[in-house]
Design a binder for this molecule. Structure first.
Ligand code: TYD
Ligand code: MG
Length: 458
């Protein structure tokens, strides 16, 4: 009789790269020291069982595209506007969603609140926790508020028992908190390892597609590499959301990274308080609430986050350096971009700033990458260098090119509208954008074609 084949494989705990031998650097994601040996004893399925497993329990026939009905595609509105929007307008039945984020950022809280809302709408919801006891969930629930009776809790980590329960209860929405605690008996690796995480996700994928249950999977992201990063399963799920934010600040951002049913660049903004998370419907106001008045090196810029314009404060501090190599630091934006913009100022405007220390900060701990912030960063640097404050009621945006030209950006009108809504009186924007705009009432719009023109306005 053939002995059961038992092999060991090495997995990169960051990206899931598989190798038969140990390697120092992962060829897939180029990270070091991430390979861990895992033993794989694959359950030997007979040919018949395999066919059964592949077909999710029943045999499917090919259908003609035109005959596919969209009736089932009705989305379930959660009733938390920020979450619904990031999902692309609510939960799609039968979808598999991954909610990733650092431990302690608020993933369980967010999903429990979603459960509360869904239960109030008389939806069948099952919350499966492998991390917390029923009592702990109850304590959290008490902080969030009154729960209706439709929410069912289960504390379980054994995948086959969970699968059994889901098949029996057939709820509409299931939360798995978290994927790193789930284990399949047939896989001998420890819970949280790449093979376990992959196997578990595969089971949830079958359940979601087969039964039409919407499943949310919580996944912790850790740098240590002891727990498999959810990166491994990003390609298996329909939607990937990352919950991020500074643990010391109260606001949290939910960012769509992948979405088969909607746009990926939407964000949702929440604030963590005593009673769980509350939506921040006007993030611009929230971000600008601590802006100092009449201070040099501070300017309000506008960045598009998905379809939403967001006004944020860009701060810069430029001072002469005590060392041979000046210090440059960028918080919330790209350091290379800062170096590039300072070189543009030196060469095209003639500011002697190459020997200066420069620190740039996007206030509030937001991380933004949009090129439209360039002009804001440039203005903040010049304002700090010359120690001349910029008018408080001014918003600037525009991309800066290497010859010092200010290039046009998308959705200028929405940005200006947002500035107007928050009581700003002047917008400094790329000239090319201004030429395409209808004249606007209630706000002065100044078009600039290069950095020097913009600086002359200070
Ligand atoms: P949690 O949802 O447990 O994080 P995750 O599931 O991502 O690990 O959130 C935990 C943090 O949120 C914890 O530090 C406590 C804090 N918190 C509040 O500040 N207010 C609240 O109402 C709740 C429920 C949690
Ligand atoms: Mg949790």
């Amino acid at each position: 009789m053939a002995k059961a084949k038992k092999t060991t494989v090495f997995f990169c705990q960051e990206c899931g790269y598989e190798s038969s031998k140990w390697m120092g650097q992962c060829p897939g994601c180029k990270s070091w020291n991430t390979f861990v040996e895992e033993s794989l004893s694959t359950p030997s399925l007979s040919g018949r069982e395999k066919t059964k497993a592949v077909a999710f329990g029943e045999r499917r026939e090919p259908v003609i595209l035109a005959q596919v009905s969209l009736e089932r595609e009705e989305r379930i509105q959660i009733g938390i506007g920020e979450l619904d929007r990031v999902l692309g307008g609510g939960i799609v039945p039968g979808s598999l969603t991954l909610v990733g984020g650092d431990p302690g950022i608020g993933k369980s809280t967010l999903l429990l609140q979603a459960c509360k809302n869904l239960a109030e709408q008389k939806k069948e919801v099952l919350y499966i926790s492998g991390e917390e006891s029923l009592k702990q969930i109850k304590i959290r629930a008490l902080r969030i508020g009154e729960f209706s009776d439709c929410l069912k809790l289960l504390c379980e980590t054994n995948l086959s028992l969970i699968e059994d329960t889901i098949r029996r209860l057939k709820p509409q929405v299931v939360i798995i908190d978290s994927i790193q605690t789930m284990y399949h008996e047939n896989v001998s690796a420890a819970p949280g390892s790449v093979s376990q995480v992959r196997e578990s996700t595969g089971v949830f994928l079958q359940l979601a597609k087969g039964l039409g249950v919407s499943i949310f999977i919580v996944g912790h992201v850790t740098k240590e590499g002891t727990v498999a990063g959810p990166r491994v399963l990003e390609h298996m799920v329909d939607t990937v959301l990352y919950f991020e934010g500074d643990r010391h600040a109260s606001y949290r951002i939910l960012r769509g990274v992948k979405n088969r049913f909607g746009s990926t660049n939407e964000i949702g903004v929440f604030e963590m308080g005593q009673q769980g998370l509350t939506e921040v419907t006007n993030p611009s106001q929230f971000m600008l609430s601590g802006k100092p008045m009449g201070a040099s090196g501070s300017v309000v810029a506008c960045s598009m986050e998905g379809t939403r314009p967001m006004l944020i404060e860009v701060q810069a501090l430029v001072c002469s350096s005590n060392f041979g190599i000046p210090r440059r630091q960028a918080t919330g934006t790209d350091l290379n971009r800062l170096n590039l913009l300072m070189a543009v100022l030196e060469k095209r405007v003639g500011l002697q700033i190459s020997g200066q220390d420069a620190y740039v900060n996007i206030a509030g701990g937001m991380r933004l990458q949009e090129p439209a912030l360039d002009l804001g960063i440039v203005m903040a640097i010049v304002s700090s260098y010359k120690n001349r404050p910029i008018e408080d009621r001014v918003v600037v945006f525009g991309e800066v090119g290497l010859s010092g030209e200010v290039r046009s950006v998308s959705m200028a009108e929405q940005r200006i509208q947002e500035a107007k809504k928050l009581g700003f009186t002047t917008c400094i924007i790329p000239k090319a954008c201004k030429d395409n705009l209808q004249p606007m009432k209630g706000i002065e719009v100044i078009g600039v074609s290069n950095v020097r023109e913009a600086i002359d306005l200070i």
